[in-house]
Design a protein around this ligand. Structure first.
Ligand SMILES: Nc1ncnc2c1ncn2[C@@H]1O[C@H](COP(=O)(O)OP(=O)(O)OP(=O)(O)O)[C@@H](O)[C@H]1O
Length: 332
């Protein structure tokens, strides 16, 4: 018997680790574009999942943004059926008419489709093929836009997708390994033209910046950036826990927050408390920026009788005596 290629083995190990401990019942669904990362993930999942006693399904999304996208989705679905996935879902989404740039709109449409497929098939998890290189790119992009620790923590290995866990088993696997695994398995990945389109910041990071950093600082850079993300994520988890406790301590019976309790907190914890509270008040994370949290913070630490702070989503927060109070509109 031929020896198992090391990248194939490494990816199977990563998938096995991610699937261990999931509840029994429905399938795990691999989100597969047909690109090297998600194709290698899919090949590993259809091998590993049945051996752990669970079905493996696959979803491929046709964003309808490129010529031939329908054929690509059909080709991926055809391969998946032959490989033994069930269910196999190929879904066309509508990207136009959504807010934000084309990349953000496509992502939103894709995650909606994945959520719907997971609901319909009662999946116990959805898996995506984000790699260590994707993580390094995410950290660099976050650094460049001045993100705080939440952004620098990159993508979590696990997050909630409307009640279903979204897992990223390949976050510690390099892109060269996914390509090598596909080659070893005789799979021909699809090359996404967006990945090399210089009009996207991520493509420029991928094609120019990261290779330049590797040339200047050595091959450990990608791994190191991903490690930074893991370290920051661990600190974030601890700070989030402190902030959760502090938010409860600051709550007032009228739905407001106590200024003296907030003023006593470390700034990093207070910022998180105010961020979480703004989310509770209906501000969408995508619209809630650092500027909003700074303005809320100023109601506590820089009080000079200023007016209310407007939050995305239509709520306002004003300070009355020693309380922060949410209101729907300005009182007369
Ligand atoms: N059209 C799609 N259908 C289903 N899943 C997708 C699709 N596009 C992306 N995904 C999922 O999102 C992940 C990240 O996609 P993205 O395009 O950002 O990265 P990528 O590194 O180019 O991945 P890949 O090599 O798998 O295309 C993919 O690995 C895959 O799991």
């Amino acid at each position: 018997m031929a020896a198992l290629a090391p990248p194939v083995a490494a990816i199977r190990v990563a998938v096995r680790r991610a699937l261990t401990g999931l509840p029994s019942g429905g399938p795990v669904l691999v989100a597969c574009s047909g690109g090297a990362d998600s194709l290698a993930l899919a090949a590993a999942t259809v091998f590993v999942a049945p051996r752990l006693g669970r079905p493996a399904g696959l979803v491929t999304v046709d964003h309808g943004l490129q010529a031939g996208s329908e054929q690509r989705a059909e080709a991926v679905a055809g391969w998946a059926r032959e490989a033994g996935f069930a269910p196999v879902v190929a879904v066309r989404v509508r990207v136009a008419g959504r807010p934000g740039g084309p990349e953000a709109a496509a992502r939103e449409a894709r995650y909606e489709a994945l959520t719907e497929a997971a609901r319909q098939h009662e999946a116990v998890a959805v898996l995506t093929g984000h790699t260590r290189d994707d993580q390094a790119e995410t950290v660099l992009l976050a650094l460049a836009r001045g993100a705080g620790p939440r952004g620098l923590a990159g993508m979590p290995a696990r997050r909630d997708l409307a009640g279903v866990p979204l897992l990223r088993p390949l976050l510690e696997i390099g892109r060269e390994q996914t390509g090598a695994a596909c080659a070893a398995l005789g799979l021909s990945p699809w090359q996404d033209p967006h990945n090399t389109d210089p009009s996207y910041a991520r493509s420029r990071v991928r094609a120019d910046l990261l290779p330049e950093l590797v040339r200047a600082l050595g091959p450990g850079v990608v791994d190191n950036l991903a490690r930074t993300a893991r370290l920051v994520a661990a600190d974030n988890a601890a700070l989030d826990e402190l902030a959760g406790t502090a938010l409860e301590a600051a709550r007032c019976p009228d739905g407001g927050l106590s200024v003296p309790v907030l003023a006593d907190l470390a700034p990093a914890v207070r910022g998180r408390v105010l961020h979480s509270w703004a989310r509770e008040l209906g501000a969408l994370p995508s619209a809630l920026s650092h500027r909003h949290v700074v303005a809320l913070d100023a109601l506590v630490t820089g009080w000079h009788g200023q007016g209310p702070t407007d939050l995305p989503g239509g709520r306002r927060v004003l300070r009355r005596a020693d309380r922060l109070r949410p209101v729907d509109s300005l009182p007369d």
